[in-house]
Structure formats: C-alpha cells, structure tokens
Design a protein around this ligand. Structure first.
Ligand SMILES: Nc1ncnc2c1ncn2[C@@H]1O[C@H](COP(=O)(O)OP(=O)(O)OP(=O)(O)O)[C@@H](O)[C@H]1O
Ligand SMILES: [Mg+2]
Length: 306
C-alpha cells in the first residue's frame, strides 16, 4: 500500500468547464444553411486545471484547486462539481469575466460546433489569487501549475518562488513558447508538440536529449519529463535519462492523458516516492486512462491492481 491518501496536492491554473449539448437534427434552419439541433440532454465535466484535480481525487489523495471563475452560472456549476468530486475549492470569482467554458453541440453522434467562452481575468482578481496562494501553499506537499494559456497564471514566477521557499514540490504542465516564467520549478511536463515549440524539432534521440537537457539546465529545473504519446515518456535529469515505454494495451481516447500523468506524478511524490518511481507510476496510469473513453480518470484500485 502506498500512502497516497495522505498526500496533499494543490492544483493552480486555468479552470474550465467542458459542456456538452446533445440533440436531434431533423431540419435545416430557415435563417441560414445550418442544421437546427433540438437539445435533449446535456452534460458537464471539470476541464483544464480542474481535470487535473479530478484525477488526484480519483487516486484518493487530497486535492485542492485554486483558480478564477466568473460570477456566472458555469462558475457555480464548477463549484458544485468540485464539491461532488471531493476537491477543496479555492476559487476567486471575477464578476467581470465569463467562466471559461468549452461548449460542444452534438447532433446524434456528430459534433457540429464548439463554442468557447474565455476571457483574461482582471488584475485585481489575479492579485487576490497570488495572495491566496501565498497564504495557503504551506498546507500542501506538492503544487501543480496547470497552464492552459488562459491568463490565470500571470503571477506564476512569484508563486514558484513562494512554493520553493516553503519547501514544496513544484510541477508544471506548460503551454506556449515562453518558458522563462517556469524558471526554478522542480519539473515541467511538456508533450512532444509543446517541447518542439520551444526547442525546435529534432532528428535523432541524441539531439532530443541534448536539447532537452539544455533547456532544463537553462531554466534551472531539476527535471524535464517529455510525454511522447505512443512512445511513452522520457525523464531528463542532470547526467541521467530514463525512457519509459507506454504500457497501454488498448487506445480508445488519449485526450486528458497529460492531466493524468502530472496528477499521478504528484501523488507519487506526495507519498514519498522518488521521482523516477513516480514517473513509472504516472506512465502506468496513462496506459490505463487512454483505454477509457472521454476525459477519464484512474482509481487507486486500478493503478495497483495486479
Ligand atoms: N497513442 C498512444 N499510445 C500509447 N500510449 C499513449 C498514447 N497517447 C498517450 N499515451 C500515454 O499517455 C501519456 C501522455 O500522453 P501525451 O504525450 O499525448 O500527453 P498530452 O499530449 O499532454 O495529452 P493531452 O494533452 O491529450 O492530455 C504518454 O506518455 C503515454 O504514456
Ligand atoms: Mg497536455
């Protein structure tokens, strides 16, 4: 038995609500050449940073989530879902913005349209978020910054400094090409595309290693974990590289696998496991989650079965 239940993990980042409207399409609109969907049911799921927290809760660790929502109905829905999943909320409500929502309109089985609502939070609310972070970080073992590029992590350099001063693990799932703002974290977990955006491409394993180690050193990181889809993952540490092949047996849906990876990694570290052991655990969890449909999670029982 691994002491996952005692682990206290704070996820900070861009909170989203994934919303689905399902309906029938029986006619074309008289107003424009588009189908008319008569909505019959809907579904809502936690997305973005909230999906990382959901993965932590599913594994049985103590999950908390800090981030901005709007003062609107989707913001209330996020709060409800967090409560239902047993995730401790540290939400900053910003009445001047809409909660980030990705709305999919699905006619029968076909996705017809995705509608995104997203706005950059106000300066005041981002400052409140930083203050809340500095106040609460001491209560956790591991901090995950889940960056989806929506502007919720404007103060990430100050947050990294505060977390490191408090002696916490700092893990980051990056977005975009500006990685300077992640300086001083323990570890970042780019996928292949995200790494490519920053270091350019590579045409051999040796070149990838050289580029990965260079960016790791340049940013003062202890480690870089590159998730490589069907090629598994590679962990770059000073003078050391560990390649872990995927253990996925069936692949149904890879969306959200990156969230499962960083969540499981945090659970391993919070339970006192080494970084390489935690990476092995995260790879096992990823292998399970890609075999499930939808943005799924992995439970403690599934992870430690067999
Ligand atoms: N097609 C695949 N076959 C086998 N394993 C996979 C596949 N895709 C993902 N995985 C597993 O999931 C891990 C994370 O996947 P990936 O590198 O695609 O992350 P990601 O792009 O951040 O995912 P996402 O953004 O969709 O959450 C991989 O390291 C691997 O273990
Ligand atoms: Mg990802």
């Amino acid at each position: 038995m691994m002491a996952i239940q005692q682990g206290r993990i704070l996820v900070v980042g861009d909170i989203m609500l994934d919303r689905y409207w399902f309906g029938e399409v029986n006619r074309i609109s008289p107003e424009a050449p588009v189908p008319v969907v008569r909505v019959q049911s809907s579904d809502e799921r936690l997305g973005g940073a909230a999906n990382v927290a959901r993965n932590i809760a599913a594994l049985g660790a103590q999950a908390a989530l800090m981030g901005v929502v709007g003062g609107d109905e989707p913001g209330k829905k996020v709060a409800q879902l967090l409560q239902a999943e047993g995730i401790k909320p540290f939400l900053q409500a910003d009445p001047s913005v809409a909660t980030t929502v990705k709305l999919r309109v699905i006619g029968r089985t076909q996705q017809l349209l995705r509608v995104d609502f997203e706005q950059i939070p106000s300066q005041d609310v981002l400052q409140t978020k930083l203050n809340d972070f500095i106040q609460w970080v001491k209560d956790f073992d591991v901090v995950i910054f889940s960056d989806y590029g929506k502007g919720g992590l404007q103060h990430i350099p100050a947050m990294i400094t505060a977390a490191r001063e408090a002696g916490k693990w700092v893990l980051i799932d990056p977005k975009g090409s500006d990685w300077e703002r992640y300086r001083g974290a323990h570890l970042i977990t780019p996928n292949r595309g995200e790494l490519k955006e920053v270091v350019g491409g590579w045409n051999s394993e040796d070149q990838l290693t050289a580029k990965a180690q260079q960016v790791r050193e340049h940013l003062g990181l202890e480690a870089l974990l590159v998730t490589r889809s069907e090629q598994g993952m590679s962990l770059y540490q000073p003078d050391q590289v560990m390649h872990v092949p995927t253990v996925a047996r069936e692949v149904f849906d890879v969306s959200g696998a990156g969230d499962t990876v960083i969540a499981t990694l945090a659970c391993g570290l919070a339970a006192g496991q080494s970084l390489p052991a935690s990476v092995q655990l995260a790879n096992r969890a990823a292998g399970i989650v890609v075999g499930k449909l939808g943005t799924a999670t992995v439970t403690y029982q599934e992870l430690f079965a067999s």
